[in-house]
Design a protein around this ligand. Structure first.
Ligand code: PEP
Ligand code: MN
Length: 358
């Protein structure tokens, strides 16, 4: 249930109303949007009568039930206002969200060694990325395939962060590694295969770190949003959704099927920012640029692109990785496109923590 307070309601009145809700054993969450305070109520609201809630204060404008099973993730919960997720990186604050420039996340599938990760970080930074991606713990279909270098790879990501100032996005697969991953990552990734690992979702949510939640291999949109709800319910409002292609019947010419229709669908359902990963979606580097451009046209807030200095010798996902030259070319193509769609980088795109332009 959400309670929309009238514009310019005095803050003391909002505090009194919040206390009233607590007295009813509800968990109120107040969000300011469009000069209004919206109070989301979580708990056993089924038995509450909205008319009675309305009578708590003359400053209550409207009381509405959230019909969706995903409460905190729903658009209604923020009165239709999209979330902006600010991530602090050494280079400054980068914001994911509908009213912000496109955020570019790039890097190899796996962190292989210091030279490759630092060199790739330098290249993607010089080309305009704000985040470096790279796996330390890899979810591989075969137990005999390269599993990632683990903790030592996290240290290499920390080095790349130090050298370039890029934010780091890396995956956690196991709750046992969460603390180590959260220490290095500016955004913690939960991969497609763990989208419904509910204990991992709860614990990752509790770290307070922004979470990148990839869509499960065959997850419905509702299952995906309910997974996001686990993180939000753990008290962490900073969830970014990442579409990375869903399982379909063709495995020969595309690795997955990129479901770009999720962009408008998610926009209608949720306030959370949306990232698209055309690399895992298509599985082949030659198709990545087209789908990256289509992602921008569909309104995505961010792109995740796999880039490797030598895709032919990559320890994982070489076929879908762009070379640095391919990536540069792609960035040249998408820069005016992002501008055309109103998502171009502004001089203030990356703000230093003090608010000055970095
Ligand atoms: C990845 O980003 O490296 C990855 C394994 O992705 P996904 O979980 O989407 O397969
Ligand atoms: Mn990969």
């Amino acid at each position: 249930m959400i309670v929309i307070m009238k514009t310019y309601t005095p803050s003391e009145e909002i505090a009194t109303v919040i206390q009233e809700f607590r007295n009813l054993n509800l968990t109120p969450e107040a969000i300011e949007s469009n000069h209004k305070v919206v109070i989301g109520l979580v708990g056993d609201t089924a038995s509450l009568n909205p008319d009675h809630i309305q009578q708590i204060s003359p400053f209550i404008e409207r009381v509405m039930r959230v019909k969706q099973p995903f409460k905190r993730a729903s658009s209604e919960f923020r009165n239709g206002e999209p979330s902006s997720i600010e991530v602090s990186t050494p280079n400054g604050i980068v914001t994911f969200g509908l009213n912000h420039p496109l955020v570019i996340v790039a890097g190899p599938c796996s962190v292989e060694n210091e030279e490759m990760i630092v060199e790739t970080a330098k290249v993607v930074k010089a080309t305009g990325a704000q985040f470096l991606r790279g796996g330390a713990y890899k979810p591989r279909s075969s137990p005999y395939a390269f599993q990632g270098h683990g903790e030592s790879a996290l240290n290499l990501l920390a080095t790349a962060r130090e050298v370039t100032g890029l934010g780091i996005i890396t995956e956690v697969m196991d709750t046992a590694d969460l603390e180590k991953v959260a220490e290095v990552a500016d955004v913690v990734q939960i991969g497609a295969r763990n989208m419904q690992n509910f204990s991992l979702l709860k614990k990752a949510g509790a770290t307070g770190k922004p979470i990148l939640l990839k869509r499960g291999l065959s997850a419905t949109i509702e299952e995906w949003l309910m997974a996001a709800e686990y993180i939000l319910a753990a008290g962490n409002p900073n969830v970014i959704l990442c579409e990375r292609g869903i399982r379909s019947f063709d495995r020969q010419y595309t690795r997955n099927t990129l479901d770009l229709s999720v962009v408008p669908v998610l926009r209608s359902l949720t306030h959370l920012p949306i990232m698209i990963d055309p690399s895992h979606a298509t599985g082949f580097s030659q198709f990545v640029p087209t789908m990256a451009k289509a992602s921008i046209a569909s309104g995505a807030d961010s792109l995740m692109i796999e880039v490797h200095p030598s895709p032919k010798t990559a320890l994982s996902d070489g076929p879908q990785s762009l070379t640095p030259a391919d990536f540069r070319e792609l960035m040249q193509e998408i820069t005016p496109l992002a501008q055309f769609f109103g998502r171009g980088a502004t001089p203030e795109f990356v703000k230093s923590p003090s608010g000055a332009i970095a």
